[in-house]
Design a binder for this molecule. Sequence first.
Ligand SMILES: [Zn+2]
Length: 309
Amino acid sequence: MTMTRRMALASGAALPLATLAPLAASAQTAPAAEDTPRLSHRIEFGNMTINVLLGGEGAGTEPQKTFGLNASAEDFNELSEENFIPADRSFNNYAPVVIEVGDEVILFDTSVNPDSILAALASAGIAPDAITTLVITHMHGDHIGGMSADGTLTFPNAKLVTGQVEMDYWAQSGNETFESKVRPFMDDFRLISGDDEVVPGIKAIEAFGHTPGMLMFMLTNDEGNTLLVAADMTNHYVWSLARPEWEVRFDMDKPTAIATRQKVLAMLSEEKIPFIGYHMPFPSVGYVAETEDGFRFVPATYQFKLAAS
Ligand SMILES: [Zn+2]
């Protein structure tokens, strides 16, 4: 019988250290499920199961030119240093979300291309034809890139949902990504506005500014608990929360985006509502705490695990 690493550790108290070491070393060479990259993170949320997907990652340089356009170099450097991150480069991820509720399997946003979103979905054990509804929060390339390729929808059975204001803007923008990814399916979309529900328990909230018609979605489960799928309300977990008034290059209407960010962050911190942010560090779910001059991101850890498990 081969002793597994777990058994060796469990009986470790009775074993001399010299025996433990080779066992641990041999366990590392055996193929194990935990060596597979984890591209999904599951949260049980009352009658809803939330799967946060790691749909892709990207690195950038000169982050102040993206996340702190109106900050002084001194303030940008100081805030970065206080938070143990470099001021001269950034790292970002894309976190689409799948919510299973009743008979519905609802995907929010699609990362940069079909391959990325399909790999992450596979990690969650979800087939592309199982998606019943695809919701697009807004139409930047890292959100619509995976929804289709060459005129073929990645999720063949999905009903399509997005914001009316968002669709109206992009339909007349001449944007290349919109034209190739969304235009062929434009007439199939159900177009919604703030306070409309995707399904009961998932309600749209207008979060204009980042794009003309971005929507966030407030979940309310059967226990009355809430969680916000916040899309790109915040683009960086330090800079956008600590200084919501800093201008972000991707915010198309900067004053409106700043006002939205300040309002939503204040609401999340006051009401202690957890949120999933598309560009928060994976698994991208956490809380907002108020600080003296802004906010900070508090990653969720085991808050959603059942007390007994
Ligand atoms: Zn984005």
